[in-house]
Design a protein around this ligand. Structure first.
Ligand code: SF4
Length: 569
């Protein structure tokens, strides 16, 4: 096993025996084999798309399969066995179809397009997976390190795109061109002729796609659930039994709310689902009462204290603990062997949440972990409404700087940097956030600047799109040639593959001075880091004091070390 997919890779190198996320080596091998077979499938799917032979169900299978391998989504061997077998069967079908259409594959084909299982067998799949995983960095020839790193980054970007596509297809949106891109990007990883610049360019193109998909997701969400509006969300608990819903899936939440309304069971959000409270469609449900706890990684300690069932709807699942394992449910592509799984919805129908609601009825009411409230809901429309006054306050100097501090939270103790950073910001600085890194600073009293709250939370990681739209609008209002001319800095708290896309989206837009933390991605080679530093001034986090000084263009006084001369003998 060698996995450096996410920010929690062991020692910031790689998980090599078991994942900190709960991924065991057998599941890691199955992920590796599925990655391998999907590249082979993409090779043909790309050609099919070019010939106008794209198939919606193949496209959706590709997105779903990539998404299943995003950190904290699926740990169920049975699911991966099915996906691997299906990817091979689909590949062979597509190959035959292309040949009947006149395509010829006489050239030397990549091995990813050729491997076939002898039988669908767990041991066989794991064994094969062990031979096709990520090559450990210390086994890569030095001259290939940069290309290797760029290809791995591209793979993670594709998995992030798979996640976005899956979130969109759940809402019945299908745009063939975005699936055609993902096939192309995956097939491109097999192109041994591609040089470093070409692979990096494909990475940046993934960033561009990510922004388009986030825009589509925002449109789909707002058409279905209304425009988010600034909303105070309670953090305490009520006196009825409850269900926690975590992840990102607003449609699952709506189905559950509809079925639990009037049942005497309250619904609490957790993690990034906090933003659901700001959508008008959910405000009519009196049993959507509060947000429980904090970021995704706190589930192991917080779910057990809740005393009621939990529903994990998307990439937020950790190895469930004894205290709540009997009350944990998954839905969509999320899975853990042995956990109860809510069946997918049939077209036009809702999912059936009756089992979880019935279980909740027999549970005691939860005890509060927090008190007070948190404000969220500065989505696209609400941020756009602030463009004029914020542009004016920048011109008058009353807003000195905007810090975009977005991304995911995580376990690392270094992440307390984000709390200290926000605490130390000058009072004329705005903080715009998206994702659950906000749990590091949401409870600080930041006040306002001329009535505009200093902390503006756009919502989930995917609402980063709204943040970028807002900055473009401020830039246009101030008639500046580029976002880089605004007094804005980006500090991305990365964790998994969707935050990698956030970073690539910024690079695609030519944004400079992006800070990444709490550690730099372990798959960055020294050469890639040099390139990104010199072309985009990307850097890792430093001390709070230094990062604020850099952000504001202030020179910190250099420390003078007094030299004491030795007396002559
Ligand atoms: S996803 Fe992250 S925590 Fe899990 S095995 Fe990979 S690097 Fe480790």
């Amino acid at each position: 096993m060698f996995c450096y997919h996410c920010q929690e890779a062991k020692k910031n190198i790689a998980c090599d025996t078991a994942g900190i996320c709960g991924k065991k080596s057998d599941i890691s091998s199955l992920h590796d084999l599925l990655t391998y077979t999907l590249k082979g499938l993409a090779y043909y799917a790309d050609k099919a798309a070019e010939l106008g032979l794209a198939e919606k169900n193949l496209d959706q299978f590709m997105a779903r399969s990539l998404y299943a391998m995003v950190t904290n989504v699926n740990f169920d061997a049975e699911i991966f066995m099915q996906l691997i077998a299906e990817s091979i069967q689909r590949r062979e079908y597509l190959k035959r179809k292309l040949i009947t259409q006149g395509a010829s594959f006489k050239q030397l084909l990549p091995e990813e397009t050729l491997w076939h299982y002898e039988k669908i067998d767990l041991a066989e799949f794991i064994k094969k997976g062990e031979t096709v995983g990520v090559i450990p960095t210390d086994k890569v020839p030095e001259q290939e390190l940069d290309l290797h790193a760029a290809r791995e980054m591209l793979m993670y970007a594709c998995k992030g795109l798979g996640a976005l596509l899956e979130h969109i297809q759940v809402l019945d949106i299908y745009t063939a061109e975005h699936y055609a891109f993902i096939h192309k990007a995956l097939a491109f990883i097999l192109d041994n002729e591609a040089d470093l610049d070409a692979v990096l360019a494909m990475n940046y193109a993934c960033g561009e796609q990510a922004m388009e998909l986030m825009a589509l997701l925002e449109k789909a969400n707002t058409e279905r659930f209304g425009e988010p509006e600034p909303t105070h969300v309670h953090l305490d608990t009520w006196d009825k039994p409850g269900i926690i819903v975590t992840g990102h899936d607003l449609q699952d939440l709506q189905d559950l709310l509809e079925q639990s309304a009037g049942s005497g069971v309250d619904i609490y959000t957790h993690g990034e689902l906090l933003s659901a409270h700001s959508y008008p469609a959910f405000k009519k449900y009196f049993n959507l009462v509060a947000n429980y706890g904090g970021a995704w990684y706190e589930q192991k300690t917080q779910f057990g204290k809740f005393k009621g069932p939990v529903l994990v709807t998307s990439n937020s699942l950790q190895q469930p603990k004894k205290g709540y394992i009997d009350m944990a449910y998954t839905s969509g592509m999320v899975g853990w062997s042995g956990l109860k799984h809510i069946q997918d919805r049939r077209k036009g129908e809702a999912k059936d949440f009756s089992a979880i609601i019935e279980q909740a009825k027999n549970c005691p009411a939860p005890d509060a972990l927090n008190t007070g409230s948190i404000t969220t809901g500065y989505g696209n429309k609400a941020l756009q409404a602030l463009v004029d006054p914020i542009a004016e306050l920048i011109k008058t100097g009353e807003i000195q700087h905007i810090l975009v501090l977005a991304g995911c939270d995580g376990r690392h103790k270094e992440r307390k940097y984000y709390t200290e950073l926000v605490k130390a910001l000058p009072s004329d600085t705005l903080v715009v956030t998206a994702g659950d890194t906000k749990y590091r600073f949401y409870n600080l009293e930041l006040g306002d600047i001329k009535g505009i709250p200093r902390l503006l939370d756009a919502g989930q990681v995917n609402d980063f799109y709204a943040v970028m739209e807002f900055l473009s609008a401020v830039q246009n209002k101030m008639q500046l040639p580029h976002i880089n001319e605004l007094p804005v800095s980006f500090n991305i708290a990365w964790y998994e593959q969707q935050t990698i896309l956030m970073m690539l989206a910024l690079l695609h837009k030519g944004i400079k001075n992006v800070t990444i933390g709490p550690t730099l991605p372990p798959f960055f080679s020294a050469g890639i880091l040099d390139k990104l530093s010199s072309e985009f001034s990307i850097k890792g986090i430093d001390t709070v004091e230094q990062d604020i000084a850099t952000m504001l263009g202030i020179e910190l006084p250099t420390e003078v070390t007094e030299v004491v001369e030795e007396p002559e003998a």
